[in-house]
Write a protein that binds this ligand. Structure first.
Ligand code: FDA
Length: 569
């Protein structure tokens, strides 16, 4: 370990942090230190196994954050999982590699983030990617996998493709036919990673197709580069807070850390401190460092260095439910089928649903604002909600995601409304950095979010009533028609959904990239407003939820952030 002075300290060696550290350390004269609370999981079978989703849950590499009892979400606490390891959450996630709809990234710019649009982000999706073309792998013959080479990068660090456990028995074709046979058909989408996600498709994952092991941020962005003498990683080291230079400017000069042996010490950074600790940690580290809402900080005896009251607000996650059906075939392989219906495909009366929602937006905005003491303003929320409404009802983004996973003699499904309106928050609950923060996503706070969840469940029932799937499946085993009747309305579904959902593990926006006057915490260079050298580069900055899953977008944002930082050198 070197104790020399570092140019950059990256707090958190996760999905985003390792991208930034890798790219900054491409410059030989720049010293980068990554500080990661977890250890190496390079040889951890719970990580590498491509069929091992969930095996790492509850182990020492899972932060397993707990939410408050959810007032609108069944009164129960939820566990929000996140990886505690070099590679961060990319070491325990579902490996799904699905981006966003073009219009959603364009909405970041419409909300006031100049230059953050699909056109500018798309090259960064490709820059990070090492797409493994399926035709090279004979085990994918007959799997139904398709892609468009124009949408992919082939020379980046992150391997994306399909694993050798992908089913190739023609199930994909039967699923596709079923979707075509629906009353409102859902078309096959050859490649959902080009910005148009609507339809049914077989998506790629972050896997090494050759070795059939998980690809994560450490395998992609760190291990092949670990011999760089200017790239340093401290493992099992917990960052407690930033330290500040004396003087008028708000300039960080390092971080306070607790090492694995329990010693607390300060490490210096001469250029910048980059927070990449994830959406449920980066805002809390800011608060522990005196950046946040003075009313909250003073409760814990923390002196306010910078008054940015929206630190920790705007928390957005999705809610995940599942339906299960008996399968008439037994499956011992995996398969990755997704469908993304638009509002017109999901809601039979979508114009009426849209009109009703439009009328409710002012009340939604007022409710969110009032729940956080008007720290986020109703007028700003209303504008953002209208942007979201336009995305759903004008731009036609996917309004739900439906995953179908054959498993043994069961068809498992998972589903969620893509863009819930509910907004919650995360805040410190003590000046002691080892004490858990208070996390309140406010799941199901707004009734549209339940409605989207209900319609997605109905949509799945429709699929299993439609041929050829109807003949391939048996009874619905969960929830089952005796628990939720075929004719159930939102009320009839509500108990099942609210007692059986889980976090979709996609928390974002807790230090949102937005103009400061509308609640932003970081500017378009991801610098914290009012600081000269503190940035946040992780899921915390993503201003609005994306369809698709988060990692691809987060990798791309981190790639772009690294370029922005390098240009400012
Ligand atoms: P990330 O969590 O990767 O990194 C933060 C790092 O900071 C961690 O390594 C952490 O240990 C470290 N850290 C935190 N506090 C610290 C401190 N005080 N000091 C030092 N280090 C600290 N997405 C997707 O696209 N496809 C998918 O299939 C899934 N599936 C999925 C499943 C599960 C179970 C989860 C939990 C999440 C997903 N996701 C997903 C979401 C996706 O993986 C996730 O959004 C990103 O990996 C988050 O990247 P970040 O860089 O924001 O944080």
């Amino acid at each position: 370990r070197s104790d020399s002075n570092y140019d950059y300290i990256v707090v958190g060696g996760g999905t985003s942090g390792l991208v930034v550290a890798n790219r900054l350390s491409e410059q030989e004269n720049i010293n980068v230190l990554v500080i990661e609370a977890g250890g190496s999981v390079y040889n951890n079978p719970n990580v590498t196994d491509t069929l091992g989703y969930g095996k790492a849950f509850g182990t020492e590499i899972d932060w397993a954050y707990k939410t408050t009892d959810q007032e609108y979400g069944g009164g129960i606490s939820q566990t929000v999982r996140a990886g505690k390891a070099l590679g961060g959450t990319s070491t325990i996630n579902g490996m799904v590699y699905l981006r966003a709809q073009t219009a959603q990234i364009d909405a970041w710019e419409a909300a006031g983030n100049k230059g953050w649009n699909w056109k500018n982000l798309f090259p960064y999706f490709k820059k990070g990617e090492q797409f493994q073309s399926p035709e090279k792998y004979s085990f994918l013959d007959g799997s139904g996998v398709t892609y468009d080479p124009a949408y992919h990068g082939f020379n980046g660090p992150l391997k994306v493709g399909w694993s050798s456990t992908q089913l190739n028995d023609g199930l994909a074709q039967k699923m596709n036919t079923t979707y075509q046979n629906l009353d409102v058909p859902v078309q096959f989408n050859k490649d959902p990673n080009g910005g148009d996600m609507i339809g049914y498709s077989l998506y790629p994952k972050t896997v090494d197709s050759e070795l059939n092991i998980r690809e994560d941020a450490a395998r992609a962005y760190y291990y092949p580069y670990q011999n760089r003498t200017n790239l340093h990683v401290w493992l099992n080291t917990h960052v407690n807070k930033l330290t500040w230079k004396d003087g008028k400017d708000v300039t960080a000069d390092g971080v306070e850390v607790t090492l694995s042996n329990g010693t607390t010490t300060v490490v210096k950074a001469s250029r910048e401190v980059i927070l990449a600790a994830g959406a449920l940690k980066s805002p809390v580290l800011l608060e522990l460092s005196g950046v946040g809402n003075p009313d909250i900080l003073s409760k814990y005896g923390i002196e306010t260095k910078l008054n940015i009251p929206t630190v920790g607000e705007n928390l957005q996650d999705q809610m995940n439910n599942g339906l299960q059906f008996d399968a008439k075939t037994s499956y011992n392989m995996s398969a990755d089928y997704v469908s993304y219906p638009s509002a017109a495909q999901l809601f039979s009366n979508h114009t009426a649903v849209g009109n009703e929602l439009l009328r409710k937006l002012p009340a939604y905005a007022a409710k969110v604002a009032s729940a956080n003491g008007n720290i986020t303003k109703a007028r700003d929320l209303q504008r953002f909600f209208k942007i979201q409404w336009d995305l759903i009802f004008k731009a036609g983004i996917p309004v739900a995601e439906i995953l179908l996973e054959p498993s043994g003699t069961t068809y498992d499904t998972e589903y969620w409304g893509s863009v819930p309106f509910s907004r919650g928050n995360v805040h410190l609950s003590s000046a002691d950095p080892t004490v858990a923060a208070t996390i309140d996503p406010k799941y199901f706070m707004l009734d549209f979010d339940l409605h989207a969840q209900v319609e997605a469940a109905r949509f799945i029932r429709e699929i299993f009533k439609t041929e050829p799937f109807a003949s391939m499946s048996g009874a619905e085993t969960s929830p089952g028609l005796s628990t939720v009747a075929a004719t159930a309305g939102d009320e009839g579904w509500s108990d099942f959904i609210k007692q059986n959902y889980r976090s979709n593990f996609h928390p974002i926006s807790t230090t949102a990239m937005l103009p400061k006057e509308v609640g932003g915490v970081v500017d378009t260079s991801l610098k914290v407003y009012g600081t000269s050298n503190v940035r946040v580069v992780d899921a915390s900055v993503v201003p609005f939820q994306v369809c698709g899953h988060l990692q691809s977008t987060i990798y791309a944002v981190a790639e772009r952030a690294a370029d922005i930082i390098k240009k400012q050198l």
